[in-house]
Design a protein around this ligand. Structure first.
Ligand code: MIG
Length: 715
């Protein structure tokens, strides 16, 4: 059940909630779970304090850094370009004010979504006094309490409330290569050729800000990309897709078409009625007001031209809004620095640090939207609305699945696209951190997420890159990206041996495509995330505490290596499992497993069946003729699995235009049933390789067509 409680008088909607699937109620109804003890209005702020009786765990808040369990800290929701992700950095780019509470013995579970798009702080018992408090700047907020018997049910309801995930195209599950920036068309083509020549699979290449003329959005740099259309054509011929970056700031420049067409109509205002301006990459810029529908249509019309050129999707950056400085910032800094002397020491750092995005913690008070709404009331939805603009166009006009990832986001973003976690570092610590972040994004309802594999800032080394890439295999988005001025980290940058290891790592990802795509697409339909923390599937106390393992679909448990020189690691297994690399079988419980550098520490759980294929240089299901099933069986229990396929790019999946097969293994038979055959699939050989708990194996194989039912005895 979903209950809505309204506090104060909310005067602005975030538009996160899309379906009226809740019941309005009052806080008194939850005495079993919590009790409101204080409600205070203090100037512009409202604080609600609540007693929480149970010892338990608080999971969620999307890709905020820090531990998986969010208890014991204060978190600010105020989208900010915060680029050094040290363990307590906050706020960051996104706001997902949704958490799930789980009591320590799993008997009490609820979800809590505090829907407010302006500044908010949620303090989960930072004073150890068994309270949680919600503080907003504004007139009121809506809170949704979701009850259910487990996290799975709660997340499903949360997604009924805020909308299902839009499916990504199938090629989004291939390997992706990025760099700030591939500077010229020749460099882009060289990188692409190298992948094919080296036999390293790759589906997607990224264009960062340098593809534009002077960083002007919707332009091409004609010096460095003189024949960009030919470049894109060539890349497409070779099986690549190309994603280009979009920054919201529009350069203020006469005769620049985008600026001229938006000027006076589509840009955010300042509080004095003038145009709000800031400094970003192009220099002086103004910012489109994406809350306004006509602005979204204008923006999308321009984006459509890039798509016509041959661009396949976008990554929306700097949309917190990230602003290096405004005129006021500069004035203020000068004023403060006037009498400054070196003797002032640390005070100077404070003053300098207070200009720009980080120091100011983002802009809000100085901006006004076209409809008069102060920006500080809706700041956290700016990135969401930017993403909505192109997403709606691609879905409605082009009838295609959008490939859109956004750095800034708010609850509901999953209806329009996915996200990446921003500027991480080539640090060992960030392997662990990114595990936590993508898992917490799943709990925020965002099923397509990723992080800069290899690390964005700082210099990677070979071992770190390998371990990062091994984790990337099990991230919805598997994209290697790094910052300008840092060590290059394409798979061939560290010599033959490392290259060979990384080729195998990437190929392993491609082997799993049938499994990944099936799990992802069925997850989209049923509101079940691909990546999820252990407690999502297993109600065991260990599962509440482990943050360096997670589930990838319902059959694979991943236990990444997040430190150098690790040849063995401790893994907690909820069930008996088989190591996907060395075939070792482990009973459930805490186990020491081998983790040599070329092994990705991942396990298939007992009584599951995983469909795999031969790796390809890019994802193309039409060229797949053999599906190999890895079955791990105790020889007694019934095993159920699925195989899902569709055209991979259209929205037909919403109208059941797919092929779905159910695989049942029981009583020494494999039974394959066609559940849905509205997408024609080719005939293929399905090879089943069954490993039993004692290590013995059996193999059977069968031709499977578009439709029908098949029974194969296992002999
Ligand atoms: O101020 O476009 O997070 O992925 O490479 C940095 C350059 C701007 C930040 C993004 C990053 C991207 C970079 N951008």
């Amino acid at each position: 059940m979903i209950y809505k409680i309204t506090y104060g008088e909310p005067d602005i909607s975030s538009e996160a909630v899309v379906r009226y699937v809740f019941q309005e109620t009052s806080p008194n109804d939850f005495s079993e779970l919590f009790k409101d003890i204080e409600y205070k209005v203090d100037g512009e702020y409202i604080t609600l304090k609540r007693r929480i009786e149970n010892e338990g765990y608080f999971f969620g808040f999307g890709d905020k850094v820090g531990p998986l369990d969010r208890k014991g800290r204060r978190y600010v929701f105020w989208n900010t370009d915060n680029f050094t992700h040290h363990p307590s950095a906050d706020p960051l780019y996104k706001s997902f004010p949704f958490f799930v509470y789980i009591s320590k013995d799993f008997d009490k579970v609820y979800g809590c979504f505090t829907d407010y798009p302006g500044w908010m702080e949620i303090d989960i018992d930072s004073n150890n006094d068994k309270t949680i408090s919600f503080k907003i700047r504004g007139k009121g907020f809506n809170q949704y309490i979701i009850t259910g018997k487990n996290v799975r049910e709660i997340l499903k309801q949360y997604l009924r409330l805020t909308g299902q995930n839009i499916a990504f195209p199938i090629w989004a599950f291939g390997y992706q290569q990025s760099r700030w920036s591939y500077m010229t068309q020749d460099e882009v083509l060289d990188i692409a050729n190298k992948f094919r020549k080296e036999d390293i699979p790759c589906d997607v290449i990224y264009l960062d800000i340098d593809y534009m003329q002077d960083y002007k959005v919707f332009t091409w740099n004609k010096n460095n990309f003189p024949s960009y259309k030919k470049m894109l054509e060539k890349l497409h011929q070779d099986g690549f897709k190309v994603i280009s970056i979009l920054d919201p700031g529009v350069k203020v420049e006469r005769f620049y078409k985008i600026f001229e067409s938006g000027n006076g109509r589509y840009f955010l205002k300042d509080i004095y009625g003038g145009d709000f301006e800031g400094a970003v990459w192009p220099g002086r810029v103004r910012f489109p007001d994406f809350r306004d529908k006509k602005v979204r249509i204008w923006w999308a019309r321009n984006a459509k031209k890039y798509l016509k050129d041959g661009i396949d999707g976008f990554w929306n950056d700097m949309n917190e809004i990230a602003i290096f400085a405004t005129e006021d910032d500069i004035k203020e800094a000068k004023k403060k620095l006037k009498n400054a002397k070196l003797e002032d020491g640390i005070k100077l750092a404070g003053t300098l640090g207070s200009i720009g995005e980080i120091g100011r913690q983002g802009h809000g008070d100085d901006i006004v939207h076209l409809d008069g709404t102060p920006h500080w009331k809706v700041k956290n939805t700016y990135g969401l609305n930017m993403t909505k603009a192109t997403s709606e166009m691609i879905q409605k006009d082009l009838k295609k699945r959008p490939f859109l990832i956004s750095r800034s986001a708010y609850s509901g973003i999953q209806r329009y696209g996915g996200v990446w976690t921003g500027d991480n570092h080539s640090w060992w610590e960030h392997i662990r951190q990114e595990i936590i972040r993508i898992n917490s994004l799943s709990l925020a309802g965002v099923f397509y997420s990723g992080f800069d594999v290899g690390g964005f800032g700082g210099d990677v080394n070979a071992e770190l890159l390998i371990r990062f890439m091994q984790l990337g295999v099990f991230s919805p988005m598997f994209r290697n990206h790094s910052a300008i001025g840092t060590k290059r980290q394409e798979p061939w940058q560290f010599g033959e041996e490392v290259k060979n290891i990384l080729r195998d790592v990437i190929k392993f990802r491609y082997r799993l495509i049938p499994y990944i795509y099936t799990q992802y697409m069925l997850g989209i339909k049923k509101n079940i995330p691909l990546v999820r923390p252990l407690f999502y599937d297993f109600s065991k106390k260990e599962a509440l505490k482990i943050e360096d393992e997670f589930m990838f679909g319902d059959s694979i448990l991943v236990a990444p290596v997040d430190r150098p020189n690790v040849e063995k690691r401790l893994v907690w297994l909820p069930k008996t499992a088989i190591n996907l690399f060395d075939g070792n079988i482990y009973r459930n419980g805490w186990r020491i497993v081998n983790t040599p550098i070329e092994h990705i520490p991942a396990f298939q759980l007992i009584n599951t069946a995983i469909p795999t294929m031969e790796p390809q240089s890019y994802v193309d299901m039409l060229k797949v003729d053999i599906i190999s099933w890895n079955v791990f069986s105790d020889g007694k229990s019934r095993i159920m699995s699925y195989f899902y396929e569709d055209d991979g790019i259209s929205l037909g999946y919403k109208k059941r235009e797919y092929n779905l097969k159910q695989i049942l293994i029981k009583d020494n038979n494999i039974i394959i049933k066609t559940k849905q055959a509205d997408y024609n699939v080719r005939n293929r050989t399905w090879n089943f390789s069954i490993t039993y708990i004692d290590g013995s194996t059996k193999n059977v194989s069968i031709e499977v067509g578009n439709d029908g039912e098949y029974t194969i005895p296992i002999r």
